[in-house]
Ligand binder design. Structure first.
Ligand SMILES: O=C(O)C[C@@](O)(CF)CCOP(=O)(O)OP(=O)(O)O
Length: 323
């Protein structure tokens, strides 16, 4: 019986937002993220000749074949590396708070890379696992590692993978504000494609990333949450600005997102270390100190419901569940 593999989701502090190569998922820039404990995916893969085609059972629900795109990209790469042809049964369980509506493609595709390669008898290094996960979804390449990880953009399949930066075993955490007014989102894949192809601000965004990354790594080496937060918030705002200048323009922000951003600024006025980042959705993630999380949460509870607030701390890299 093959084993379950667990991978945790990660939140980028220096964003990946645009591809150099769509098919291989080679990014335009390096990105850097923090893997979190609160959200993760467990996946088990069984290659089985008696199956007619690949099957995905996600949270107990058999998925339509049309939903298997990213999954099959990973499975096909594993079959090619292992010299096998049989279809696979993929069972995946997302441990993401139901209210969250949080995308879990990063943890899902990373867990799939681990489970599929193991089921095919491949013994991949973490670098090779990262490349395999990257083929499924770019941000998944970073979930191979716990703590802070950097995705080196590289120029081709062999040189584009994530590396560990710091284990984050220090006073840093993230508090999610889940905003419930979810609008029909443009997927991150479609959003970044439209932005690269049409945004008047895209080149300006790219020009600032080397400096942001250098400053972020310096802040992490100093364990300086204030600087990590400041750089992350600036980087996220620049990324989201590019969508406003796309054609047609779009934004992931809703009124509730703006309310959450205002609350973070109010937290700073009260003396907390609190900075926000956002991805391809309306939720707001606060970079903060674990030691201030209770005080921050108490303040936020005067503006948001308890089930909208989710605490997260640095999480581990990909691992097999022994039982
Ligand atoms: O995570 C980040 O660096 C920033 C984002 O989350 C901002 F929204 C993008 C993640 O994109 P992903 O879902 O990995 O795209 P894929 O490669 O087209 O599957």
């Amino acid at each position: 019986m093959t084993k379950w593999v667990r991978a945790h989701t990660n939140i980028a502090l220096i964003k990946y937002w645009g591809k150099e190569n769509e098919e291989l998922i080679i990014p335009k820039n390096n990105s850097l993220s923090l893997t979190l404990d609160a959200f993760y995916t467990d996946t088990r893969v069984t290659f089985d000749q008696s199956l007619v085609e690949d099957e995905l059972i996600l949270d107990g629900e058999k998925q339509p074949h049309s939903a298997l795109g990213k999954v099959q990209t990973v499975l096909n790469s594993v079959r090619e590396q292992a010299g096998i042809t049989s279809p696979a049964l993929v069972e995946s369980i997302n441990h993401v708070p139901t209210a969250a509506g949080l995308a879990s493609s990063a943890s899902g595709l990373a867990a799939l890379a681990g489970a599929a390669s193991q089921a095919a008898g491949l013994k991949l290094s973490q670098e090779e696992l990262s490349k395999l996960a990257r083929r499924g979804s770019g941000s998944a390449s970073r979930s191979i590692y716990g703590g802070f990880a950097e995705w080196i953009k590289g120029t081709d399949d062999a040189t584009s993978f994530a590396v560990p930066v710091d284990d984050a075993n220090w006073d840093i955490g993230m508090l999610f504000i889940i905003v419930n007014d979810a609008v029909k989102e443009v997927s991150s894949r479609d959003g970044m494609k439209r932005t690269v192809e049409t945004s008047a601000f895209y080149e300006g965004w790219l020009k600032t990333l080397d400096a942001d990354l250098k400053a972020m790594k310096q802040a992490i080496s100093e364990k300086n949450v204030e600087s990590v937060g400041q750089i992350a918030e600036r980087n996220a705002l620049k990324m989201h600005a590019t969508t406003l200048a796309a054609n047609p323009p779009f934004t992931y922000w809703t009124a509730e997102s703006m309310k959450a951003m205002d609350a973070v600024r109010a937290l700073r006025k009260k003396g907390f270390t609190a900075y926000f980042t956002m991805d391809a959705g309306p939720n707001v993630k606060i970079v903060c100190k674990q030691s201030e999380m209770t005080g921050i949460k108490d303040f936020l509870l005067t503006h948001f419901e308890a089930d909208q607030l989710i605490e997260a701390r640095p999480g581990p890299g990909i691992h097999t569940l022994e039982q």
